[in-house]
Design a protein around this ligand. Structure first.
Ligand code: IPM
Ligand code: MG
Length: 365
């Protein structure tokens, strides 16, 4: 029997509710595909701060490094009201996630934005713009750039303070994420847009030069550059023109939220973060949604789809991954929706009811 070790990090806000639904689906996968998962829960983010006083306990790091895949819900809370944000920056919830990404060296964050045909009514764009559906893959650099550069404050001679966050990229960091993107494009429609701000930023000028060098190695890929402000505009003007987008950490954070809304709801988009080994970190791209936490209202589909990506990329269980994805689209085609989506003639489902529906559809496949 095929076995795999999975680390589960429920985290904060809606995290525990949505991870619980993905676990139900993984249990169903065990039954249906005769595989066995050894799942270990670990603390991170605010939950870890409350329990042990730091956002990424050593034990959590160890559990993750010893697993084949890590499935994460969300971390963080409302910045304006939560006591966690009174702590020094290095002890805040998000720092746990950033440290884990760095410790696992998962530099390539794959964020597929797919518009399910049955969700066309939930798309915010004019129907004719998405008539043929949407299937965009955002490849975001995840362990470099301004997220990990030097930052701090210093006195300002005009009074007050000066704050700074440094953005740095080295050739090797650009090259390795670029390769992931070109390889991904080769398996898809062979179109790649690299997003930067080369008219202003030096990091972007190096980024562009490295990408151009790589483009010569992949003559079959139709490659182009786009400035990030243009890309933000094109994503709502003509999203269907995109196949694969590759970009640095912060631009990727912003553009992937934008892409998710185009596909109907931020509650639908999964992500996979990969490094040089098969071990990966899987998380929905949305946050902890503290406003609806604990209400059994959140959409668990992005987390369930993240578990499917884990089956595919880290556990070598393609058949099961495909089946989970099919169960998700089947559930949507039947008209089942959580409250973040446009209703489709059926009452809204709670978080746990949505998980049950996916399990039901999976077992029927
Ligand atoms: C994401 C999130 C994180 C990020 C936060 C929680 C640190 O927004 O995964 O997109 O900015 O990377
Ligand atoms: Mg984000």
């Amino acid at each position: 029997m095929k076995k795999a070790k999975i680390a589960l990090i429920p985290g904060d806000g809606i995290g525990p509710e949505i991870v619980a639904e993905a676990v139900k689906v993984l249990w169903a996968v065990e039954k249906k595909f005769k595989v066995q998962f050894d799942m270990t829960e670990a603390l991170m983010g605010g939950a870890a701060i409350d329990a042990v006083g730091c956002p990424l306990p050593e034990e959590t790091k160890q559990v993750c490094m010893e697993s084949d895949g890590v499935l994460l819900g969300a971390v963080g809370d409302n910045i304006a009201t939560s006591p966690w944000y009174q702590l020094p920056p290095e002890l805040r919830p998000e720092k746990g996630l950033l440290e884990l990404r760095a410790a696992m060296q998962v530099f390539a964050n794959l964020r597929p934005a797919i518009l399910h045909p049955s969700l066309a009514a939930s798309c915010y764009l004019k129907p004719e713009l998405v008539a043929n559906g949407l299937d965009i893959l955002i490849v975001r650099e995840l362990v470099g750039g301004i997220y990990f550069g030097n930052r701090g404050r210093k006195p300002c001679e005009k009074g007050g303070e000066t704050a700074f966050d440094v953005m740095e990229y080295s050739t090797y960091e650009i090259e390795r994420i670029g390769r992931v993107a070109f390889e991904a494009a080769m398996k898809r429609k062979k179109k790649l847009v690299s997003v930067d701000k080369a008219n202003v930023l030096e990091t972007s000028r190096l980024w562009r030069a490295v990408m151009h060098r790589l483009a010569e190695e992949y003559p079959e890929v139709e490659y182009s550059d786009m400035l990030v402000d243009s890309a933000a505009m094109e994503l709502v003007r003509n999203p269907a023109r995109f196949d694969v987008i590759v970009t640095e950490n912060m631009f990727g954070d912003i553009l992937s939220d934008e892409a998710s809304m185009i596909t109907g709801s931020i509650g639908l988009l999964p992500s996979a973060s990969l490094g040089e080994t098969a071990r990966g970190l899987y998380e929905p791209i949305h946050g902890s949604a503290p406003d609806i936490a604990g209400q059994n209202k959140a959409n668990p589909l992005a987390t369930i789809a993240s578990a499917a990506m884990m089956l595919r990329y880290s556990l070598g269980m393609e058949e099961a991954a495909f089946a989970v994805e099919k169960a998700i689209s089947g559930t949507l085609e039947q008209g089942w929706r959580t409250a973040d989506l446009e209703p489709a003639g059926k009452p809204f489902l709670t978080t746990s009811q949505m998980g049950d529906k996916v399990v039901e559809n999976l077992m029927l496949l």
